[in-house]
Write a protein that binds this ligand. Structure first.
Ligand SMILES: CC(C)(COP(=O)(O)OP(=O)(O)OC[C@H]1O[C@@H](n2cnc3c(N)ncnc32)[C@H](O)[C@@H]1OP(=O)(O)O)[C@@H](O)C(=O)NCCC(=O)NCCS
Length: 176
């Protein structure tokens, strides 16, 4: 039976393998490793089936720079489901559980850079029309934001900066 639970340090190798297989490259797994090592507010969830880790999602601290004010928010990603397990609802379960965990931790805004047809079903909307920009030059429809508390973005417009561990990972900004 599928279980979603917080990741532990002993999951690291399996998490890396899921990311490498899902993305077909090492960038995202490397970012997940670096985030885990650096950020107290980072958290990850794993999807486990019969003791095998088949999915993974990461949330890391990001900052919305609004004039001189800095608002702490969360960034979703990378997330990955092992190829053989995709399109069975595991990714959706990870996003839902992850957003609920963010809300429980008191986070009210989450951004994501990803598939424009996947994330809106969880409450994400294109960020730019709300005045929330990415630090990277990415197509408008792939940079999205979700308010976990209604009105959380009121009066907050600006540029979102991800954790430094994402620096140089330009390819993560262009999911296919
Ligand atoms: C995107 C991903 C995490 C979704 O996980 P999943 O368990 O397959 O998702 P679910 O079964 O809950 O939902 C399926 C939906 O995911 C989306 N999806 C799945 N694979 C996709 C792909 N390769 N490209 C775009 N969207 C995709 C579709 O919208 C699909 O909806 P549909 O079945 O109605 O068409 C998974 O396919 C994956 O790991 N892909 C490779 C890595 C990746 O792209 N990660 C996300 C970066 S933003």
């Amino acid at each position: 039976m599928l279980e979603i639970r917080p990741e532990t340090t002993s999951d690291a190798a399996a998490v890396r393998a899921v990311n490498d297989a899902a993305f077909g490259r090492a960038d995202e797994g490397r970012i997940a490793d670096a985030l885990r090592a650096q950020h107290a507010k980072y958290f990850g969830l794993v999807a486990v089936d019969d003791d095998a880790i088949v999915g993974h999602i990461v949330f890391s601290p990001a900052t919305l720079h609004c004039y001189s004010a800095l608002f702490p928010i969360m960034a979703l990603g990378p997330m990955a489901v092992s190829p053989a397990w995709q399109r069975r609802g595991i990714g959706s379960a990870l996003v839902r559980e992850g957003l609920a965990a963010c809300a429980r931790r008191g986070h009210d805004v989450v951004v994501v850079l990803g598939h424009s047809e996947f994330y809106p079903r969880f409450g994400f909307v294109p960020a730019r029309p709300l005045g929330v920009m990415s630090e990277w030059d990415v197509p408008d429809d792939v940079f999205m934001v979700a308010e976990l508390a209604p009105g959380a973005l009121r009066g907050r417009r600006g540029v979102v900066y991800y954790a430094p561990e994402f620096a140089g990972a330009t390819r993560i900004s262009a999911p296919e």
